[in-house]
Design a protein around this ligand. Structure first.
Ligand SMILES: NC(=O)c1ccc[n+]([C@@H]2O[C@H](COP(=O)([O-])OP(=O)(O)OC[C@H]3O[C@@H](n4cnc5c(N)ncnc54)[C@H](OP(=O)(O)O)[C@@H]3O)[C@@H](O)[C@H]2O)c1
Length: 380
């Protein structure tokens, strides 16, 4: 039996994680849950899974939540609450699925407390990949991927050393604006929020759905892969694969390519991370190749989606630049969601903030957090 702490239980990854836990009650037990503001769903989840501790973002709502979940459940709040959950003595693994940067401090705290972490929140490795991976190594814990692409690479790599790899190939669905004839660059300037929120293959949270439309999501994943698998950016490649059946691939130095395939369902990479190193029977995902028919691949269009180039630059130069890339994008996406800026302005904004940044090499955690804050407040 593994004791699981789930940070971000009310989100898209969070609710899929609960399904996986419900699938295997003899293997996985939820002992801690954290949510942002969706208190009603957290109360429902607490009644169903009976974790000993829960946490919400806003301290002023703790008392009301305590009354609803009863005195047998400890209620915490804010960053302290997330850190306390991530370091619960009885926790075996902490799955972090909080959107944004709030997952970084609890991730580091969990590692330092000797817990394996399963990472959905890509911001953690984008901002502080080197630091997080060094800490994990020092404490002998695993950083397991929840992102379907990184889970695929993890499965294909089977702990082979970086020297055996020629390239890591991340697949990208291409998002709702993949079709160049339907969506030339001029048309992208007019994209509405509703159009950007219609992802062709996955149902996900709002932020990652917009990031999939701009391809910033793939850019974040490139940097995440670089740290997770200890491979320099020049060996992290992207190919567009609209069917989202090949979740990613490893090209070995001998030319052989190993891919991981299945119909898209986030429950699969979540299960693989939580059950690692075992393969556990599940009927949730079944893939019918005849029904899929064909698998196609295309070169990514960096002219219409320059986010990939910015990500490569951020990942290659490193230091505080990836944190700035991530934070500037978060701010731009928020503004696009409030309809204050257009779709193409997202990339424009991120590029301008990156250009204005004085990069620091080998940054400390404080310097990373300061760069993140700077990128959120600077006006360009
Ligand atoms: N969705 C996917 O298929 C997918 C795939 C790969 C990776 N990811 C990554 O996984 C992360 C989560 O994505 P998602 O799609 O699940 O997002 P989402 O549906 O928007 O859910 C975000 C979760 O974070 C919680 N949250 C936000 N701020 C918080 C805070 N300060 N303290 C505690 N909880 C907080 C939210 O709580 P409330 O809802 O209660 O406010 C919610 O539970 C992102 O980093 C994303 O890039 C997602």
């Amino acid at each position: 039996m593994k004791n699981v702490v789930l940070l971000g239980s009310t989100g898209s990854i969070g609710t899929s994680t609960l399904k996986v836990v419900e699938d295997m009650p003899d293997r996985l037990r939820l002992i801690g849950l954290a949510a942002g503001g969706n208190v009603d769903l957290l109360v429902e989840q607490t009644a169903r899974h009976q974790p000993g501790t829960v946490s919400i973002q806003d301290p002023s709502r703790v008392e009301a939540l305590q009354q609803r979940v009863g005195s047998s459940v400890k209620v915490l709040s804010g960053t302290d609450g997330l850190v306390a959950l991530a370091t619960l003595p009885e926790a075996d693994i902490v799955l972090i699925a909080i959107v944004g940067t709030a997952g970084l401090l609890p991730a580091l705290a969990a590692i330092r407390a000797g817990k394996d972490i399963a990472v959905a929140s890509k911001e953690i490795l984008v901002m502080a990949g080197e630091l997080v991976m060094n800490e994990a190594k020092a404490h002998g814990v695993r950083v397991l991927a929840v992102d379907s692409e990184h889970s695929a690479i993890f499965q294909c790599l089977e702990d082979k050393p970086a020297e055996s790899v020629r390239n890591l190939w991340l697949t990208a669905s291409g998002g709702p604006f993949r079709d160049r004839t339907k969506w030339p660059r001029e048309a992208l300037a007019q994209v509405t929020l509703e159009q950007a929120l219609k992802h062709p293959s996955w149902v996900m949270g709002r932020k990652i759905t917009i990031d999939s439309a701009t391809l910033f999501n793939k850019g974040l994943e490139m940097i995440e892969a670089r740290w997770l698998f200890g491979i320099e950016m020049s060996r992290v490649q992207v190919v567009v694969h609209p069917q989202s059946v090949v979740h990613s691939m490893v090209e070995y130095v001998d030319g052989s390519i190993i891919a991981q395939l299945s119909t898209p369902d986030m429950c699969l990479p979540i299960q693989i991370a939580l059950c690692h190193p075992e393969r556990v029977k599940s009927d949730r995902v079944k893939t019918n190749f005849a029904a899929i028919g064909s698998l196609t691949f295309e070169e990514p269009d960096t002219e219409r989606f320059p986010a990939l180039l910015l990500a490569r630059q951020a990942g290659e130069l490193g230091g505080t630049l990836p944190a700035v890339f991530n934070a500037a994008n978060e701010i731009a996406v928020e503004r696009f969601c409030r309809r204050e800026i257009g779709f193409l302005d997202i990339t424009r904004h991120v590029r301008a903030v990156m250009e204005a940044h004085q990069r620091i090499d080998q940054p400390s955690l404080d310097q990373i957090l300061a760069a993140d804050q700077w990128a959120r407040t600077v006006s360009v």
